[in-house]
Design a protein around this ligand. Sequence first.
Ligand code: GTP
Ligand code: MG
Length: 638
Amino acid sequence: MGFTPLEIMARCSAVWLDFRIISAGFNAPLEFLTGFIYEREDLRNIALIAHVDHGKTTIIDGLLRQSGIFRLNEQVQERVMDNIDLERERGITIVAKNTAIEYKGVKINIVDTPGHADFGGEVERTLKMVDGVLLLVDASEGPLPQTRFVLKKALEFNLPPILVINKIDRSDARIQEVLNEVYDLFIDLDATEKQLEFPIVYTNAKLGIAKLHPDENTKDFQCLFELILHAVPPPEGDEEGPLKFLVTNIDYNDYVGRIAIGRIFSGSVKVGNWVSMINGKEEPIKTKVTLLYGFQGLERTEIKEARAGDIVALAGIEGINIGDTITDIENKEPLPRIAVDEPTISMVFSVNTSPFAGQDGKYVTSRNLRERLEKELLYNVSIKVDFDSTDSFKVMGRGELQLAILIEMIRREDYELSVSMPESITKNVNGILHEPMEHLVIDVPEEFLGVVTQQVGIRKGKMQKMSNNGHGRVRLEFRIPSRGLIGFRSQFLTDTRGTGLFNHIFDGYEPWHGSITKRSTGTLIADRPGKTTTYALYHLQPRGTLFVKENTPVYEGMVIGENSRENNLDVNVTKEKKLTNIRAAGSDEALQLIPPKILSLEQAIEFIKEDELVEVTPLSVRVRKKILESNKRPKVRN
Ligand SMILES: Nc1nc2c(ncn2[C@@H]2O[C@H](COP(=O)(O)OP(=O)(O)OP(=O)(O)O)[C@@H](O)[C@H]2O)c(=O)[nH]1
Ligand SMILES: [Mg+2]
C-alpha cells in the first residue's frame, strides 16, 4: 500500500491498540498474542445481522451472484443459503451459515445469521468469527427489537458496522426517518463517537442494487463490495504464534464425521499436524488434523493449510464441540468459551404414553429421546436440557418457535414424543421470585388499537410508547412478562385479521406479576376410544371449535375441540345414529360439518394448558389430557 517505515510502525501500534480493545470485548485477556500482529489484506470476515425478514439472505444471493460464483445461466434458487427444509418451508433462516466470495483478489468470508429472536444464540456465536458486520434495516419497518439485540452484541464486540438500508423499493419506504431511528438506536446503546461514524448504503437486495445515496442511479452491488473492502478491517493475529482455533459451529458429514467450523485467531495449521483439543472439562486431547476445508461460494474446498484470520472447517476430530479450542501440542492455552444469553422458556419433552404410541414412529423410547436431545446439545448452544428424570426431560430455550422447530426436526427424524405447555423460567433474586420480561413491539392499523391494548393488558403488559407514523398504522411498545406472550400470537393475528406485526425480545427480569389467564375456554374431550362419526361431530359442533374430522381414531382423554365455555367436557365422539330410526337412516350425508380447525404443531403448543400435552408423531399432532381416564382427572373447573 506504499507506507513509509514510520507509517507502518504507527499503523502497527494502532492495530495493536485496537486489538487490545477487541480482546477486552471477549472478557478475557488474550495473553497468547505476544508476537507481531499481521494484517490479512487478502481477507475480510463479515456477518450479516438484522431483524427477521429484513433481507440478509437475499443480499447474500446478490453478493454470490455478482462475485461470479455461479456459472452463466446457472439456475440458482432464491435465498440459496436457506438450504434446510424447514428454512425453505417457513421462509426464515434458522441456523447461521458460512459462505465466501472473492472480490478484487480479496476473499470475503460471509456469515448469514437468523433474524428471529428465538435464534439469537446463533448470532452471538457467529460474531466471534468476524471483524465487521452488515447491519440491515428494512427501509419501511425501521429498527425492530432484534435489530437492537444484534447491534448491541456487535457494539459489545467492537465490530464496526456498515448500515444497509434495504428494501428501498418498497412503496412505503421512509428512508430518512429510518436512518434517524438507527442513529437514535446507536445513541441509546451508548455507541462511541467512532462507532457512530458508520458508512451507509441503500439497497434493493432483490434486484442486487446498492447505492451510496438513495437517488443515485446504480445497477449492481459494486459500492457494497467496495465498502466491505474498505470499512471492514482485515483480520489480525500472530501467524507465527501458537495455534488458537475457536470452534463456533459444528457440522456433520457421513464420510468424514464431525466437522468443526471456526476461526484461527493465531498461528497456523496444516493437514497432518498434531494438535490439542481443549474442552475445559477434560484433559486436552491429542489428535491429528486429517482434513481442512476453506469456504468458496456454496462449497467447501479442501485446503492444505490455513493461518490466523482464516475461517475454516476441520474434520476428523472426534468429540469436538462448539466453544472448544484447538491448540498446538505444546501451547495448550484455550480461548474463552462462547457465552450466550440464558434460556427463558422451558417445555418438558417426554416419551409418548398415548394409546396410539408406536403406531407411526421408529424411535419411541425415552432412551431414544434422551440420545436425540444429547445430540442436539452438541450443535445448539442456546438450548439446555435437564436430564435428571428418566422419562421426561426439561428442555430450555429462547422461545416457543425455537422449541417448536426443534420438535418438528425431531419428529421428521421418525421420533414420537409428548410435550408440555411452555413455561417461562423464573429465578430467585434475593429471595424474591423473578420472571423473564419481553420488550414487545406491535404495529397495527389504527382500528385495532383498542382490541390489542386490551388483550396485552389482560396479559399484564404495560405500554411504554406509542407512535403514529401517519400512514394509518400505529406502533405500540410494551413491557410484558414472557409467559403473557405464550399463546398470544394466534389471538393477535385473529384480532387484527392478519394485518398486525408482532415482535418481541427478552428484556430482563422483574418480580413475578401474579397469575395470567392463558385462555378462558375449556376443552371437549373424547370419553372413549373409537372413531369419530359425522353424526356425533354434527351434534357437538355448536359447542365450540372441533379439531378433528369424521372417521378420525380417538382415545379416551384426547382433546377433540375447544369448548366455548370455560369447563372441560367429556363427550362421546364415536356415537352412531340409532339404526332403529328408519326415517333418519341414510341421511348422514345431509349433515353438514363445519371444517375442523386442524392444529399445527405450533398452534397445539400455544393452545395447551398445564394439565394437557401435545402428542407428536411423524404423522400426527394430537392434544391430550395428561391424565387420560376421565374418572382419575381432578374435577375442577378451569
Ligand atoms: N421488496 C423487497 N423485498 C425484499 C428485499 N430484500 C429482501 N426482500 C424480501 O424480504 C423477504 C425476507 O428476505 P430474507 O432474505 O429471507 O430475509 P432475512 O433477513 O434473511 O430473514 P431471516 O433470515 O428469517 O431473519 C423475502 O421475501 C425477500 O424476497 C428488497 O430489497 N426489496
Ligand atoms: Mg435469512
